[in-house]
Design a protein around this ligand. Structure first.
Ligand code: NAD
Length: 486
């Protein structure tokens, strides 16, 4: 890794406006390996000037990109997918180093970018409009690109979340500017380089590593950016939506979660307990879909907890580069401090100390480690039950019957994901229709498939990504009437 890198941003300097120079000047950022606390590289962060230059370039190359024939645009995206696939191991190792993801997860994440690119490479030739019967002529609709689309990515899944934005956006004929999170920019920068290598024209897809308050804000305020595709915290998402309203800018918001894992007494309790750890420990709990509220029917509560404890104690936490590791470190010391504020530091931050049921293990010494931790919820007002912790911490609570389970599952501001464990088909259908969340799984913990829609109810967001309909979020529908009487 070279000591200092930037993305493929078009870095331009107008040489004027010196009065704002201080504010606009680029700064640097140390990228740190979360497992060792060593500096991996130091990046030049882009400022407002470079962001404006990249947006101007994206505007400039937009018409030519839009004019690429559908078959050729699809072919370019497939070539991009092929180049990413050839670099899977390099990208995965980079993610292990930058983000502390386990090598198994990181390979899946790079593979997800490949799959998403291939899935949407079929879209340019299938961006169908409609022919609608009307009197006196021919009426057809077209799916037109928006123009410049911005993608703002959080630190928890740097590669997949980038791909969910840029792949359908490019397929629909938009040009894209993308800002990775400050903590985890390296794989996005590499994907920008691989796009050029695959033959995407310069300026069509530009990575701008920088601060949210600088680059991210500029995406929202710049009049030539037609859409903000944002994934991150609910608070930042709300701010983006408020500011986007000034220009009626389109937004997709994928925000936080506090998902329920509901285990009914008629379920395969053994399987539910065995699978519960990785439903909230995947990516060290830094997962918006983490099932962090476990609801267990009272009749099987003790049996579940006994098996769950054994499963938690067996989780292998350690070196993320080791093939057998199931959970790595937290992404940053700050994120670990946040998690501690819910558990060991709760009283110091003015909250009641939670009741710890049992914990798993974590390495000592260098690295931002935190052990898998299971809390017994006292009630639905517990801070750890209500707020998104974004770490390897889960709360468990018993429930009495189906109505009680649904009421408790829905007693949250969020609505992203969730799981329902039952052998009763009728109950599975009733409960999955009643739980207010965008992505549910029955007798499993699956949340994300590139071919199915993903997104949240309530404070978990607005809009859907992935699946067959994602193109709608990156196009405008245009209706044209051709008068045949003329
Ligand atoms: P965050 O909101 O702090 O940051 C997300 C991104 O927004 C970063 O790139 C950041 O630089 C940028 N940003 C920050 N302030 C900004 C501003 N004022 N204007 C524009 N951009 C700005 O979130 P995070 O801490 O990086 O990620 C964790 C959060 O993301 C969690 O709440 C998690 O639930 C959520 N998340 C949601 C999904 C989903 O699909 N629903 C997926 C992953 C993560």
């Amino acid at each position: 890794m070279p000591p200092s890198r930037t993305g493929n941003a078009s870095v331009a300097s107008s040489g004027s406006e010196t009065h704002e120079r201080k504010h606009l000047m680029s700064t640097t950022h140390d990228v740190i390996n979360p497992a060792t606390e060593e500096v991996v590289t130091t990046l030049d962060l882009v400022g407002v000037e470079e962001t404006d230059a990249a947006i101007a370039k994206a505007v400039e190359v937009g018409p030519a990109w839009r004019a690429v024939s559908p078959a050729d645009r699809g072919m370019l995206l497939r070539r991009f997918a092929d180049v990413v696939e050839e670099h899977t191991e390099e990208l995965a190792r980079l993610e292990v180093t930058n983000s502390g993801h386990t090598i198994g997860n990181a390979r899946w994440e790079a593979g997800n970018v490949v799959n998403v690119l291939r899935y949407y490479s079929a879209a340019p030739e299938r961006l169908f409009g409609r022919q609608i019967p009307v009197a006196g002529g021919l009426d057809v609709t077209f799916k037109e690109p928006l123009g410049v689309v911005s993608v703002i990515v959080p630190w928890n899944f740097p590669m997949p979340i980038a791909g969910w934005g840029f792949a359908p956006a490019l397929a629909a004929g938009n040009t894209v500017v993308l800002k990775p999170a400050e903590l985890t920019p390296l794989t996005a920068i590499r994907l920008g380089e691989l796009a050029l290598q695959a033959g995407l024209p310069e300026g069509v897809f530009t990575i701008l590593p920088g601060k949210g308050s600088v680059v991210g804000e500029r995406f929202v305020t710049h009049p030539d950016v037609r859409k903000v595709c944002f994934t991150g915290s609910t608070a930042v998402g709300q701010g983006i939506m408020r500011k986007a309203a000034d220009q009626l800018k389109r937004v997709t918001l994928e925000l936080g979660g506090k998902s329920a894992n509901i285990v009914f007494a008629d379920a395969d309790v053994e399987k539910a307990a065995a699978s519960a750890p990785m439903s909230f420990l995947d990516n060290a709990g830094q997962d918006c879909c983490a099932r962090t509220r476990i609801l267990v029917q009272r009749k099987v509560y003790d049996a579940f907890m006994e098996r769950f404890e054994a499963a938690i104690r067996a989780v292998r936490v350690g070196d993320p580069g080791d093939e057998s590791t199931e959970m790595g470190p937290m992404v940053s010391s700050g994120q670990r401090d946040t998690v501690r504020s819910f558990v060991e530091d709760a009283e110091a931050t003015g909250h009641a100390a939670p009741d710890i049921a049992f914990r798993g293990s974590a390495p000592e010494g260098k690295g931002w480690w935190y052990p898998p931790t299971v809390l017994m919820a006292h009630g639905t007002d517990d801070r750890a039950w209500r707020e998104e912790i974004f770490g390897p911490v889960v709360s468990v609570m018993p429930f009495d019957d189906e109505a009680d389970a649904i009421a408790k599952a829905n007693d949250t501001a969020y609505g992203l994901s969730g799981s329902i464990w039952t052998r009763d088909v009728g109950r599975a259908i009733r409960v999955s229709r009643a739980v207010e969340a965008g992505n549910l799984s029955v007798n499993s913990h699956s949340s994300v498939r590139y071919s199915t829609p993903f997104g949240g109810f309530k404070a978990s967001g607005i809009g859907r990504e992935l699946g067959p309909d994602a193109l709608d979020a990156f196009t405008e529908t245009k209706n044209v009437f051709f008068d045949t009487q003329a």
